[in-house]
Design a protein around this ligand. Structure first.
Ligand code: SF4
Length: 354
């Protein structure tokens, strides 16, 4: 889905200024054990992650379970504090004296989670759930409930039929529509969709994806779309960021990443994707084995224990995100890859996804 940038009255830095810029984000979780419950190890969940999201685009984040994509989303929402790194929202550093507060950032940045049932308060009706945040921000009761009705209609649920229902009276797809309406209640600019369609049946998933596309245009939204489903990410995203074991290994426009992935991990991930389309078959080896333990990740390139191209240099230093080593430069946003070796970036099967 292509990005349509229209000016938002709240836009401070113009359409060229990224809506979200993340620099050096890091989150390590302590592992405790023993009689004294001392810290015995550290899980490096997110390690030096940097990226930006342009106004009006959808950035898809993909990777295996445990790669750090959901932790990254929670750090952005400040559902947990980062150990290091900075988050800048439309030019304003978040949580710093010269920037915007975490509360203000949360008003402009909302999140939809995978589990539609636990995301809703079982004792609140749908209208109450949607009106809750605006009420907390001082919107008069009637105005908040009128807006809840409008939002229910905009996500395809008749307010007369659904406004007074409780979560257990709705299907999973209907509940996720309510969660989307609730996320829009404070008129956010950026919505993080964390596996938001993963629990839905395929037919319902398609409806919700189309709804998200419509709402994006209607409300001038920017999306961060997190999913393990490569087909869904391709359908939804303008750009893609691939994560492995807490780090970004490749990022770029969706056509380039899907047509000519450069990082051996990205190619192996795509090779693991089932397809009936003969034009999309690849001779690349699919991923084998589990990712290494994030408590003790490999030195240097974290993918080296599963990479068929690994050499000594791969254990010595972490490769930085940089332009592909064959020097090929395409128009538009940069295609960046974190890999030391040109031969690994141009390996067999690299262009068989077209
Ligand atoms: Fe493989 Fe080395 Fe490239 Fe890592 S840096 S992906 S181990 S070739």
């Amino acid at each position: 889905m292509s990005a349509a940038i229209t000016l938002d009255p709240r836009d401070r830095g113009g359409p060229a200024q990224p809506l979200l810029s993340v620099d050096g984000l890091k989150k390590y979780f302590p592992v405790r054990g023993g009689l004294l419950n001392r810290q015995v190890a550290t899980v490096q969940a997110v390690d030096d992650v940097s990226f930006s999201v342009r106004k009006g685009e959808t950035l898809g984040i993909v990777g295996e379970s445990g790669c750090g994509k959901s932790t990254t989303a929670r750090l952005l929402m400040r559902l947990m504090d980062p150990d290091a790194g900075s988050i800048v929202f439309d030019g304003d550093p978040v949580g710093e004296r010269a920037g915007i507060t975490v509360n203000e950032m949360r008003r402009q940045m909302q999140m939809v989670f995978q589990d539609s049932y636990t995301s809703l308060n079982p004792r609140m009706t749908m209208a109450e759930s949607i009106a809750y945040a605006p009420r907390m921000h001082g919107t008069p009761r009637k105005e908040a409930f009128d807006r809840a009705d409008t939002l229910l209609a905009q996500v395809g649920l008749n307010p007369r039929q659904y406004a007074r229902r409780y979560p257990h009276e709705l299907s999973g797809g209907q509940r996720q529509r309510v969660n989307i309406a609730r996320a829009l209640a404070l008129e956010p600019r950026l919505v993080i969709l964390d596996e938001a369609v993963a629990a839905l049946d395929k037919s319902v998933e398609a409806q919700v994806l189309n709804l998200l596309g419509d709402l994006k245009s209607r409300f001038n939204l920017t999306y961060l779309f997190i999913s393990h489903d490569l087909n869904v990410v391709e359908y939804m995203s303008d750009r893609v960021m691939v994560m492995y074991l807490g780090r970004v290994v490749e990022t770029g426009p969706v056509e380039q990443i899907y047509r000519r992935p450069r990082h051996p991990y990205t190619r192996a991930l795509f090779a693991s994707k089932p397809t009936l389309d003969p034009d999309r078959r690849t001779t690349e080896m699919p991923l084998t084995g589990d990712p290494p333990n994030p408590i003790n990740p490999p030195s240097g390139c974290r993918f080296r224990t599963r990479c068929a191209f690994a050499k000594d240099v791969c254990a010595q230093s972490a490769p930085p995100l940089a332009a592909p080593l064959d020097g090929e430069v395409a128009d538009g946003p940069p295609h960046l890859v974190a890999c030391h070796l040109p031969e690994a970036q141009a390996a067999m099967g690299a262009n068989t996804h077209a």
